[in-house]
Design a protein around this ligand. Sequence first.
Ligand SMILES: Cc1ncc(COP(=O)(O)O)c(C=O)c1O
Length: 363
Amino acid sequence: MQIPVARPVIGPDEVAAVSDVLKSGMLAQGDKVAEFEQKFATYCGTAQAVAVSNGTTALHAALMACDIGPGDEVIVPAFSFIATATAVSMCGAKPVFADVNEQSFNIRPDQVNERITPKTKAVLGVHLFGQPFDVDPIQEICEDHNLVLLEDAAQAHGAQYHGVKVGNFGKAGCFSFYATKNMITGEGGMITTSDKPTADRVRLLINHGQSEKYLHTVLGYNYRMTDIAAAIGIVQLKKLDKFNQRRRKNAEYYAANLTAKGLIKPVVSDNVTHVYHQYVVRLTDEFPLSRTAFMDYLKGKGIGSAVHYPIPIHRQPLYAPVAEPDPCPVSTQLSSSVLSLPVHPSLDTKDLAYVCENVNKVK
Ligand SMILES: Cc1ncc(COP(=O)(O)O)c(C=O)c1O
């Protein structure tokens, strides 16, 4: 049996949609992008959505649209994919790392509070692995200190906090449609916002700063999505809820059937709908194997696994010499103990049973 840790689900309808675009001759940006934007905004419940080339450019454009620049600080979690922080650096601003909650893996409000300085302009929270971060207290901190809240929702399409979809809480929400995400376009991204000036500004920034044809009013970029990607996205969006339901059912199966000692299953926070972009377990000292030995063992059984993420961002060579005491010890600890097991929608009950059986018999 071969069970990869991630597998995109592409059917004949995605193939047909791409083929139609290719036959139309409209290979760059056209009607499909506009249609995808409108449908994604409707799905999320935001007034607008702007399609971009990937999740990193979504973050960069959203931060720029909020006037984040040199001299500014943006608080981000230390435990995330690198792009959460590099998007801040791309603006010439400084990412300031906050530690995360050991159970939810998400940014901690008390840590956000501690990191605020006169230079702080924004907080960029991440809905990591498909679970929304605790938005209410962070929104309150942002209001009290006049900070912009932004959401990195790259891993959380369709996830909900108190019944409201992510992408609605910050000034903007940033999504990725990279090939392994809950819905995909290959490479692609989206910015959701209900603030029209922010949407207008983003549209300018992602299209060469062009306010009229060949009139360039600000420094802009080419961060546009193609109609080819949008055509895939339109089809995938229709399937997203079904994909997420499958991911949630798979996670329920693991919750009921993974019993290995020393393996801590994901903890779901109150009042959220988790969409399990990843199913991330923690291995404690009681677990009989080291993480590397466990991954090798799983590989030998044909079961894929992955580490998200082996080095916390504050300890990446790009950002810092290792500081003592560690400013984000939970992130560091998680980086050495987490492991992602397959949870993607194409797993069937036989696959799940096989994973559980093999994990549970580790000695
Ligand atoms: C949390 C997070 N932020 C940002 C990104 C960047 O998205 P992309 O790979 O589409 O640039 C990713 C994707 O990998 C991510 O997981």
